[in-house]
Design a protein around this ligand. Structure first.
Ligand code: ADP
Ligand code: MG
Ligand code: MG
Length: 218
């Protein structure tokens, strides 16, 4: 059963998902613009719908007294359902995997925060099957993971600092995808057209990690 501490922790996760919703709404037009150049133009909308659905599902679960695991698993299911599209399925799977790192009856630790992020990226890699260099969000997520490091953080301040620093690396890597042509997740015919424009999923990933780090550091 969810304890007092686990419910307080679940509410913090709900606040992160509310943040994701507002950031995705803020970035919707720009992400749509980038996706329109070599994709189908719906990445901004997908991220906005997905994060909105996830935040609503999290709020409902928290309201019902759920712990961290259930809140994240339900948020993941809702993200995939609300977003549609490739990135929606991947972000949904990531949140669900992040939830499975947590329990429902205890507060999460800073080590679990990093572990949950690693598990989320791992799920994106497994489900999507993309490799670095194929112009997908993996091109930002893998350098992010490397920069985050494998060791447990000493405390919450270290965990958030490492997320902030890794997000800078992810942003540089996302920007650098402008130099590659798309192979995976989009039409090869449009591949050449994407030269000079970064991958929208890599950009949105790096933005959300930067916002997460800044929020946790507060
Ligand atoms: P869709 O491609 O279905 O229209 P979106 O526009 O929301 O979905 O998302 C596109 C983004 O999804 C791409 O920019 C890329 O980062 C990511 N993506 C697509 N396919 C894969 C994959 N196999 N693995 C990882 N990321 C992927
Ligand atoms: Mg798209
Ligand atoms: Mg689409």
């Amino acid at each position: 059963a969810a304890t007092e501490e686990s419910r307080t922790y679940a509410a913090k996760i709900g606040a992160v998902l509310d943040l994701f919703e507002s950031v995705c709404a803020r970035e919707e037009a720009e992400l749509g613009r980038i996706d329109a150049i070599a994709g189908d133009g719906d990445h901004g909308q997908g991220m906005a719908y997905g994060s909105k659905g996830a935040a609503a599902a999290a709020r409902a679960a928290i309201e019902g007294g759920a712990g961290a695991r259930t809140v994240l698993v339900r948020a993941g299911d809702a993200w995939a359902e609300s977003a549609g599209g490739t990135s929606g399925a991947l972000w949904g799977a990531a949140l669900t995997a992040a939830g499975r790192v947590h329990s429902d009856d205890a507060a999460g630790t800073p080590a679990q925060t990093l572990e949950a992020i690693r598990a989320g990226i791992d799920a994106i890699q497994r489900l999507g099957g993309a490799k670095v260099g194929q112009k997908t969000m993996i091109d930002a997520a893998v350098p992010f993971l490397d920069a985050l490091g494998a060791q447990d953080p000493a405390d919450g301040a270290e965990a958030s600092r490492r997320i902030v620093e890794a997000a800078v690396v992810a942003r540089e890597a996302a920007d650098a995808t402008a130099q590659i042509t798309a192979e995976k997740g989009r039409s090869r015919v449009l591949g050449e057209k994407s030269l000079g424009t970064p991958d929208p999923g890599a950009i949105s990933f790096s933005i959300l990690m930067a916002e997460l780090g800044a929020h946790l550091a507060d």
